[in-house]
Design a protein around this ligand. Structure first.
Ligand code: FAD
Ligand code: NAD
Length: 467
């Protein structure tokens, strides 16, 4: 039986990154993956394919709605959904192939098959019925998550679908009903809304994305309504979703307890994801899970079994690829005897609508809850020359800073390229910058990032220059 220093189960962004860092640090490393391609949810059916379709659909939307104003006259563009999905597949394949290359480069042994613990040091791998075993001194569980559904939501993967099927549609829905006003619903709703589908969202809460502060939630809702005609049914709890012939029917209960029926041709169930530990043999290894099925860990991401660690979507915390990656590096370095650090407060969150939404640190609601006295500064993209040049004037940047010390405590934005711009806020907060520090730094002109500087100027004595 082959023996390894460390075996990583699952090749998503948590697992493959952990494997690379373990190998870099000199450990003999194995990576186990049940699917034939590496990269997990993120590369195969998550971040990468959804962004490929978001980019394609944004080009279509611009060609249909914005080119004319830019002085580009073209005949009305048509969607070639087959080509769009084929391009997405190519992007996914290239990205997954890149992981194979990285595994070879780092001399990581990749074994395809489903891993099941036999005991805390032995894993059985089942590759289409062909079983083998390996031994390992340490394990990192990075088995990720799967879409959830509630009773009554009959996901037949034809008309009532999850994100995985929504990335492979062969037609643009006429009327897409989205259950859940969270990130997946917004990402994929944007794709099909831009391609011409009528989009209706049914959400249990009173607004979009629970973690979003009210200001940005309302702005996002306004822009999605204006640009794509999104209709939202807030405070509606979905009771059932099912396919009837070529129709997909959703029944929800509104705040008054009345039943509301919506009929479309597709229903996307995007009500969250659940940790995936099926047939992993956790009982054989003695690893405990919590009441939500997540693997329990301590602050060092070590499970209750000394040689087994767990990271990414299968443990508590935000279900984000970059959070999984950071945890992978953290655990590898810890195993190598280093003293790494994870700052969960500085994991940025992004929604890839247009305008994009991005955040890091605490929101006003959280600061109020903690009783922290803070000041705010904001700047609207309407006043940005760069945003006017690109016709992207929706949205704003908001900076929250400690009232006494001026330390930046949170940065929240909705606007063009917010997903990329949030990195400046992460760097600033990692180095515990004050709003004054950001305000005094030179930002290239004309760029969207000037809005961050202006918001910082506004936070420190209301001295924004262009508003
Ligand atoms: P996963 O990526 O889920 O990988 C787990 C892997 O483990 C899988 O390949 C699985 O096959 C394998 N596995 C499971 N059990 C076994 C076993 N017993 N034996 C062998 N292999 C096993 N996050 C972002 O940060 N940004 C985004 O833009 C973003 N977009 C998303 C869009 C969509 C549509 C979806 C669904 C998710 C998106 N996410 C995004 C979330 C992101 O994909 C996850 O947070 C991330 O993939 C979690 O990484 P992970 O390594 O923990 O697990
Ligand atoms: P989510 O948790 O973001 O949103 C689910 C929404 O569904 C919630 O707002 C909830 O109130 C609502 N809901 C639940 N049951 C309902 C019911 N019966 N009726 C009406 N509404 C109901 O979940 P998601 O959108 O499925 O995304 C799953 C995970 O994937 C997220 O946790 C996220 O971290 C990750 N993800 C991230 C990105 C990104 O970073 N851009 C993109 C996609 C996915």
């Amino acid at each position: 039986m082959e023996k390894f220093d460390v075996t990583v189960i699952g090749s998503g962004p948590g697992g493959y990154v952990a494997a690379i860092r373990c190998a870099q640090l000199g450990m003999k490393t194995a990576l186990i993956e049940r699917y034939s391609t590496l990269g997990g949810t993120c590369l195969n059916v998550g971040c990468i394919p959804s962004k490929a379709l978001l980019d394609s659909s944004e080009h279509f939307h611009n060609a249909s709605h914005n080119f004319k104003e830019h002085g580009i006259d073209i005949p009305a563009p048509k969607v070639n959904i087959k080509q769009m999905i084929d391009r997405k597949r190519t992007v996914v394949k290239q990205t997954c192939d890149g992981i194979n290359f990285l595994m070879k480069k780092n001399k990581i042994t990749v074994i395809n098959g489903h891993g099941t613990f036999v005991n805390k040091n032995t894993l059985e791998i089942n590759a289409d019925g062909k079983k083998s075993q390996i031994e390992s001194a340490k394990f990192i569980i990075a088995t990720g998550s799967k879409p959830s559904a509630f009773p009554g939501m009959e996901v037949d993967k034809k008309r009532v679908i999850t994100s995985t099927e929504a990335l492979e549609l062969t037609e643009v829905p006429k009327h897409l009903i989205i259950i859940g006003g969270g990130v997946i619903g917004l990402d994929l709703g944007s794709v099909y809304g831009r391609l011409g589908a009528k989009v209706s969202g049914v959400e249990f809460m009173d607004g979009l994305i629970a973690t979003l502060d009210t200001g940005r939630g309302k702005e996002l809702q306004r822009v999605l309504k204006k640009e794509l005609g999104f209709e939202y049914y807030f405070k509606h709890k979905v009771l059932s979703a099912k396919t009837k012939g070529k129709e997909a029917i959703v029944v929800a209960e509104n705040a008054e307890g009345k039943k509301v029926e919506l009929v479309g041709d597709y229903v996307l169930v995007s009500v969250g994801r659940k940790p995936y530990t099926d047939n992993l043999g956790l009982d054989k290894a003695g690893v405990k899970v919590d009441n939500r099925g997540r693997i329990e860990t301590d602050h060092h991401l070590r499970t209750n079994v000394e040689n087994i660690y767990a990271i990414g979507d299968v443990v508590k915390g935000a279900m984000l690829a970059h959070k999984a990656e950071e945890e992978g590096v953290f655990v590898a370095e810890l195993m190598a005897g280093q003293k790494p650090h994870m700052n969960y407060n500085l994991i940025p969150g992004v929604v890839y609508t247009w305008p994009e939404v991005a955040s890091v640190g605490l929101t006003e609601e959280q600061l109020k809850e903690k009783g922290v006295k803070y000041k705010t500064g904001s700047f609207s993209f309407k006043a940005s020359g760069r945003a006017r040049a690109s016709m992207d004037t929706d949205g704003f940047v908001k900076i929250l800073a400690d009232e006494a010390t001026d330390e930046v405590l949170g940065v929240h934005m909705i606007g063009p390229r917010a997903a990329d711009m949030i990195a400046e806020a992460v760097v600033a907060m990692e180095y515990r910058a004050s709003a004054e520090d950001i305000a005094r730094m030179c930002h290239a002109h004309p760029t969207f990032t000037e809005a961050i500087k202006e918001a910082a100027l506004d936070a420190t004595g209301k001295r924004a220059l262009h508003m």
